[in-house]
Design a binder for this molecule. Structure first.
Ligand code: ATP
Length: 440
């Protein structure tokens, strides 16, 4: 039939020779073990769209792990089996990986839980997938190499740019598909089909997303943040009401939109300067603004924010407006330092949400000053010995004042400056003691 056309030409035209050879070999091994094998899912979708994709997912009608072990032996690759899921990953000498799965029908005990697995055929395997555009397979066995298995009019949807679920219970089986729908919509500039949208909205109201574990939701959001246009997807999540079911107290206003936009502009400069910056935490500084303590605790439990992150967020959120004007008036670093000290990357990211581009640039110069300024000559020990002081808060205050001054003037002479600071300090201390004595 038309739906089972042969796409061998496209395979040869669009894929690296290496990949074609690998697919050919996998088909031959399938033949040798008398198992039908297919490449499936996103790889097929992107092949037909002519978009590069090196995530090869293989499905076997038969024992996928046994098949993986056979291929591993033939091609000298390491096999990492996941017995529980009847799947395996093959890791080649050069680090290239492919996933091999057993064709299966998943059924879910309860919405949002991990699926139970049963051995099945390719059609059922494809039927359990998220959307029609992801539900095609290409056969690899030599006698049928390149035959496109399209049971559900998937090619038509791909051509028309439509995101469509395969059956009405799809979002109940796995509510994270609601987020995935938006991701594919924005990535390919596709549209969620009307019936799918109706069901999505109904299932949203049914609070199915709330039943999913926070870590799975977070993973899908993180995937969105890796896309080329995350803002477009976030906007769409808000528009469809999905965001409200992820962050229940977030009101997506034009102001919030602007803030997120500014955060995304600022993020690359932060990532150049700090390691392991999480985009998820970054947008959370804005999305979780002005949450009440209780809901914030819920969010922490649900999405696993570090306690420190939440505490710092709470502590600094009321400082954002004052800091904004300090930055805008180009106040000295030492004055900004008095308010936020060395800060942390997420405070800076949060602040960036309030800043226009040139003000963000000034903030970056502050960050660079913080990262590059160290006291080299004067230490706590030096202060104690030089001024015959006991260790205590005064020592730190002297060092902090010296540090703040060095932020403004990196070339300042630490030894000379600390003399003046200490003199001032000691004078003030004396005065305080005198007035203290006069009182008694
Ligand atoms: P990407 O290009 O972002 O990797 P992908 O479609 O390859 O997209 P994966 O998350 O790698 O996405 O999943 C591979 C395939 O597994 C998908 O094409 C889809 O068929 C199926 N799949 C993944 N997640 C789900 C899900 N939550 N529900 C149903 N099917 C899924």
């Amino acid at each position: 039939s038309f739906n089972f056309k042969n796409v061998t030409d496209i395979i040869y035209e669009r894929l690296d020779k290496r990949i074609v050879n690998l697919l050919r070999l996998i088909g031959i091994y399938g033949h040798e073990l008398k198992m039908p094998v297919y490449v499936v899912g996103g790889f097929v979708r992107d092949l037909l769209l002519n978009i590069p994709n090196y995530d090869i997912d293989i499905v076997v009608e038969g024992n996928g792990i046994e098949f993986a072990k056979y291929v591993g032996k033939q091609l000298d690759a390491i096999v990492v089996p996941y017995e529980k899921f009847y799947t395996a990953t093959l890791v080649f000498k050069d680090g290239f990986k492919i996933d091999i799965a057993t064709a299966r029908t998943e059924y879910y005990e309860k919405p949002g839980e991990l699926p139970q697995v049963d051995v099945s055929t390719i059609k059922k395997d494809l039927y359990r997938r998220d959307f029609t555009i992801n539900a095609m397979a290409i056969k690899l066995n030599p006698n049928e190499f390149g035959v496109l298995y399209d049971f559900f009019n998937c090619q038509r949807d791909l051509q028309e740019g439509i995101i469509r679920i395969l059956h009405n219970l799809s979002f109940i089986e796995d509510p994270t598909r609601m987020i995935r729908a938006v991701r594919f919509e924005t990535r390919y500039n596709f549209r969620i089909e009307e019936h799918t949208l109706d069901i999505l909205k109904k299932n949203l109201e049914g609070k199915y997303l709330e039943r999913v574990s926070g870590s799975r939701i977070r993973q899908e959001i993180e995937k969105i943040l890796e896309e080329r246009e995350p803002m477009k997807a976030i906007r769409r999540l808000a528009e469809l009401g999905i965001l409200k079911h992820i962050f229940p107290k977030t009101y997506y206003t034009p102001t919030m939109d602007e803030k997120l936009e500014r955060v995304f502009k600022f993020l690359p400069s932060v990532k150049e300067r700090y390691q392991n910056i999480s985009d998820f935490y970054a947008i959370s500084t804005v999305l979780l603004e002005f949450y009440d303590k209780e809901t914030l605790d819920d969010m922490r439990n649900r999405y696993g924010y570090p306690k420190k992150f939440i505490e710092s967020l709470k502590f600094t959120e009321n400082m954002m407006m004052p800091l904004k004007s300090m930055i805008e008036t180009r106040l000295n670093f030492s004055d900004i330092y008095k308010v936020i000290g060395k800060g942390n990357p997420y405070i800076f990211i949060h602040l960036s949400a309030y800043l226009e581009e040139d003000d963000q640039e000034y903030l970056i110069t502050y960050i660079d000053a913080i990262l590059n300024t160290k006291l080299e000559k004067v230490s706590g020990k030096y202060v104690i010995e030089r001024f015959s002081l006991k260790s205590g808060p005064v020592i730190n205050e002297i060092l902090e004042r010296l540090y703040a001054m060095k932020l403004d003037n990196p070339k300042l002479d630490e030894i000379q400056t600390v003399e003046k600071i200490a003199e001032q300090f000691l004078k003030n201390l004396e005065q305080a003691e005198i007035s203290e004595n006069q009182k008694t």
